[in-house]
Design a binder for this molecule. Structure first.
Ligand code: HPA
Ligand code: ZN
Length: 363
């Protein structure tokens, strides 16, 4: 907690007071946040005790040591070992509800108004946890958060790329009643990119179409190359999670801009997982110049040193954007959301009101 606070303060220190106040109040939409990645070490240790799960691995000596380890990931795969191991403490519906509610509570002071939350069903069913325990628990926590804090939400299942294609097709099939009811609104894909080109998963997205999944996305171009972002588009997917390596290919940027494909960019994650040395290396200015819509997101906030506002502040610290640029980012973020048109209008009104309040002030 102390360390997170310090990081926020570090980002704050280097932004003007006005920029901090402006960005805190700016109504935000988040599209790339793994709920399992919001499991803070304190909750992890509490749930382990409650559920009598021995944290015997030397990964888990103390909360402080764990937090220090999180500051020193060497790659996506290094992080994934911790991300996947920590989930073992989530057993009951109320554990999933507590996790989701803790996230909503934490971001309620960050100006978040709408969130689209990933979860990895295979990571839980593979440990013998029933699907309804996972989905109903998360829904319960998110609904409670919406009631208390006014943050609207959607759930997106991700299949994991480290298991087989057949297992992913099966996982999508098992989720079909939740897609039909709207309790889960989309399909994504996460986990390791190594040796996993998007085309390998064509049949998973075919299955998604067969069961009428309303929205499709995929983690792509985080560690993988620009060509893999092209392959993602070729699968008929019109949102890309991360996608930062698309910026290596100017023709691809033109295509993303003309298709209005939203990239869900995660600046602090990219630094922690060594995609970039510093947020200043993020291609965000290139995306703006090319007219590619993107949103700013936290990815796995408890592992990567910050929630959504910390990511906004880190971007401002790196690029010192004007209010006009922030209006473009905020507008693209709403338009790229998977909420109803009615909710988009409400959020747009909130953004308009925020800019009106700031009309006479500079950042
Ligand atoms: N990339 C891939 N898989 C993930 C991530 C990520 O950033 N976070 C959680 N699972
Ligand atoms: Zn992610």
């Amino acid at each position: 907690m102390q360390r997170l606070l310090c990081l926020s303060l570090a980002n704050r220190d280097l932004c003007s007071d006005n920029a901090v106040a402006f960005l805190t109040g700016l109504p935000k939409c988040e599209h790339h946040m793994h709920i399992e990645g919001s499991l803070e070490p304190e909750l992890l240790f509490n749930l382990a005790e409650k559920n009598q799960i021995a944290l015997t691995s030397d990964m888990y000596s103390t909360i402080e040591a764990l937090k220090t380890r999180y500051e020193n990931f060497t790659s996506l795969d290094d992080f994934l070992a911790y991300f996947n191991a920590a989930m073992d403490v989530l057993l009951h519906e109320d554990d999933f509800a507590a996790l989701a509610y803790a996230y909503m509570k934490r971001v309620s002071t960050d100006g978040l108004v709408h969130t689209e939350v990933f979860f990895d069903p295979q990571a839980h069913t593979g440990r013998g946890i029933a699907l309804e325990v996972v989905v109903n628990g998360l829904t319960k926590g998110l609904n409670q958060g919406e009631k208390e804090f006014g943050i609207s939400h959607k759930l997106i299942m991700c299949f994991v790329k480290h298991l087989s294609v057949d297992a992913a097709v099966e996982a999508v099939g098992q989720m079909s009643s939740y897609f039909a009811s709207g309790q889960v609104c989309g399909l994504g894909a996460d986990s390791t990119e190594k040796n996993n080109p998007p085309s390998k998963f064509a049949s998973v997205y075919e299955k998604a179409r067969e069961v009428n999944v309303p929205h499709l996305t995929m983690h792509s171009g985080e560690e993988g190359p620009a060509d893999w972002v092209r392959e993602t588009l070729a699968l008929g997917i019109n949102r890309v999670d991360h996608g930062v390596h698309a910026a290596d290919d100017p023709e691809l940027l033109k295509e993303l801009a003309s298709r209005k494909t939203l990239l869900t960019v995660c600046p602090l994650s990219n630094v922690r997982l060594r995609v970039h040395k510093d947020v200043k290396e993020s291609p965000i200015p290139l995306l703006l110049e090319a007219g590619v819509p993107f949103s700013i997101n936290s990815d796995d906030p408890s592992y990567f040193g910050g929630y959504i506002l910390d990511n906004y502040l880190a971007v401002q610290k790196a690029f010192n954007f004007s209010k006009d640029v922030w209006r473009t980012i905020a507008t693209n973020s709403v338009n790229g959301s998977w909420c109803s048109d009615e909710r988009k209008k409400e959020i747009t009104s909130l953004i308009d009101a925020h800019f009106e309040q700031w009309a006479e002030k500079d950042l």
